[in-house]
Design a binder for this molecule. Sequence first.
Ligand code: PLP
Length: 479
Amino acid sequence: MDSEQLREYGYRMVDFIADYYKSIESFPVLSQVQPGYLHKLLPDSAPDHPETLDQVLDDVRGKILPGVTHWQSPSFFAYFPASSSVAGFLGEMLSAGLNIIGFSWIASPAATELEMIVLDWLAKLLNLPEPFLSKGNGGGVIQGSASEAVLVVLIAARDKVLRSVGKNALEKLVVYSSDQTHSALQKSSQIAGIHPENFRVLETDASTNYALRPELLQEAVSKDLKAGLIPFFLCANVGTTSSTAVDPLAALGKIANSNDMWFHVDAAYAGSACICPEYRKYIDGVETVDSFSMNAHKWFFTNFDCTLLWVKDQESLTNALSTNPEYLKNKASQARLVVDYKDWQIPVGRRFRSLKLWMVLRLYGTEALKSYIRNHIKLAKDFEQLVIQDPNFEIVTPRIFSLVCFRLVPEGNDEKKCNEQNRKLLDAVNSSGKLFISHTALSGKIVLRCAIGASLTEEKHVKEAWKVIQDEASFLLHK
Ligand code: PLP
């Protein structure tokens, strides 16, 4: 590592990235390339001799950027946002610069301790109950994804219950969630060896705006108990992927707690909004929960990746995930004086991800973060109003945060044709390159999703997006 070369190239790379942000609106938001495009442009093997940074950056401009979908574009409204920020970027840069692998405390004490501190800050900001703080048995940890978060707590819960009922009971363990839960839970259950027939997907519908009904959970649990099965894990959502539905945590928690089930809450996207006092109500009941996760890389201005997971009982995690090989032994760990985060996650190695979260919190402060989130929600309200005013469209499910679920209304009652029209509209809008929205299905209806949360999005981008959608719709309807 030549520090003078780093200085020279580093400045140039920052210039390159700053120029990218300056011109981001000139790119088609959704990449328009065809599969395999890059194979045609790049050589078959790596160069034998060094090339220059200029040559590489030329290729980034000419060959890579055309194949990039611009998640940071102010007109990116698909999926959920991945809001970046200058602070988040600088934190990533610092983390890459230090390039430490903080698997245990001794491997870089600051990495472990900063992570504990910052996760405590966030827990306080969310007003999570005391047991989630690191001073007792609980604490927070940064995972790479919401999928890893649910996998580790599922494994912790599985091992906890198997320790009390015996290892042979694995076949009897039952997992519960609503049909709106992210597929990450199903993948985790498969990995954790849960019998596929014991994965209960409880139906939701428009009558509860796709939130899980506690009576359905109670019924399913009672039926499984009668059949000699062991209900052991419930995953609820605050902000489902399709429509941001919020499950009633307090009522679900009562059922989970009275049946000794592990209760996990996935608030991947909407958790960020709960730092605002007026949105905190959506996690009321979190005191009944064993683990809670949110993605700071979705809507908390922290560059990917940064999932925050809190547990009340860290020993459940470490009992399931810790190993103690000779080559990692050290005095602090042996004396149990420290947290070794390798025992809270699947890999051993881990990046210094708390730096970027710390920088986001320090460079913006919590009041500004709240106001950024409120602004996105206000822009979503504006978009919702535009949809409501157009008789060709309808809102499919009430907006709660900054996602608007809408569609072209069916002509007559022809739902099949309506779905086709909405799919066509989606393709037309996205292939315009002017914005990117995504879709989902709710009760068999194809629904268009406009998720506002990119850091650069302003009112004009929302208005322009709506105009493109309206123009494409009127072209489609009058063809
Ligand atoms: N949970 C919810 C509610 C999500 O919306 C998503 C992704 O959008 C996930 C989980 C999966 O997230 P990750 O990519 O962090 O695993």
